[in-house]
Design a protein around this ligand. Structure first.
Ligand code: NAD
Length: 279
């Protein structure tokens, strides 16, 4: 079995499935569009927004985008979100993060109707995920579950160590692994004996936000390693939280950067949009 977990191929597989579903929904007269709100012109955000628009086009749903100036007041954003909440042609609303400092992103997230919260960041979505009720799952962690399942990694009963406890990756990741019946350890910047804990992992998920942080001294022989990090190295090349060269010889499976977790996030966003149309 291949050692490299191919996020590009798996995300394509998911988008093909969604394309079919969207065509079937259209035949029943069900259509919808994703609304994307971007404030300011951060270059990385523009790339992400464009990729999201392209993915919508690919699976056959609409997209509308609001590209607003940096100085847009929070009240105006809240007004736009409220308007989008009411529109029946909009299946999902997302605010591209980060937003400028004068805006409180939590206020924006809370304003989005949980019915259209396709990023899965609303407290109601997080709560639903925690107790296993229906709601939108946070895209990156949900994408990682798909990566594992679709590349034949058994999760049930395995010890999973997550490095990182952010609200958008670490915490939801740990909850979703728990939901899949893994035994889960969450580690973070204050964890003592991090290496020893990581070395116990059957599945190690690195969401630490530091380039090349995880080397072979963190990894048990034969473990599965998932690298969530995205960084640019000194040569402007994309790299992850894992030192791939050092770790790869010791693992049974590993995600590369790029081409691992990254493409899955957008695929799962599309999955949430289609789910919203169905609901
Ligand atoms: P974050 O900075 O919010 O969180 C990092 C976490 O790592 C924190 O919880 C912190 O406690 C922990 N940490 C920091 N230093 C540590 C140390 N020395 N030892 C142990 N733990 C430590 O980052 P995030 O938003 O969770 O993102 C993590 C990484 O994933 C980033 O590189 C980000 O760019 C990437 N990311 C990728 C995708 C994707 O689609 N592939 C999506 C979101 C985030």
């Amino acid at each position: 079995m291949a050692k490299l977990i191919d996020g590009k191929a798996i995300s394509k597989e998911i988008k093909e499935e969604l394309k079919k579903e969207v065509a079937e929904l259209k035949e029943k007269g069900i259509e919808g569009s994703l609304a994307v709100i971007q404030v300011g012109n951060d270059a990385a955000s523009t790339v992400y927004v464009n990729n999201k628009k392209k993915a919508c086009e690919y699976i056959g749903i609409g997209s509308i985008s609001y590209e607003l100036p940096e100085e847009t007041p929070e009240s105006e954003l809240l007004r736009i979100i409220r308007e989008l909440n009411e529109r029946s042609d909009i299946c999902g609303i997302l605010v591209q993060l980060p937003v400028p400092r004068h805006i409180n992103e939590d206020n924006l997230i809370r304003e989005i109707s949980p019915k259209k919260d396709v990023d899965g960041f609303h407290p109601q979505s997080v709560g639903a995920m925690t107790i296993g009720e229906t709601g939108f799952l946070s895209c990156t962690p949900a994408g990682i579950i798909q990566l594992l399942k679709r590349s034949g990694v058994e999760i049930e009963g395995k010890h999973c160590v997550v490095i990182g406890r952010s609200n958008i990756v670490g915490k939801p990741m740990a909850l979703l692994m728990l939901r899949e019946n893994a035994t889960v350890t969450i580690t973070h910047s204050k964890t003592v004996n991090l290496k020893e804990i990581c070395k116990m992992a059957d599945i190690l998920i690195a969401a630490v936000g530091k380039p090349g942080f995880v080397d072979d001294s963190y990894v048990k022989e034969g473990a599965v390693v998932i690298d969530v990090g995205i960084h640019r190295d000194e040569n402007n090349k994309l790299c992850g939280d894992v030192d791939f060269e050092k770790v790869e010889p010791h693992v049974s499976k590993i995600t590369p950067v790029p081409g691992g977790v990254g493409p899955m996030t957008i695929a799962m966003l599309m999955k949430n949009c289609v789910e919203s149309m169905k609901r």
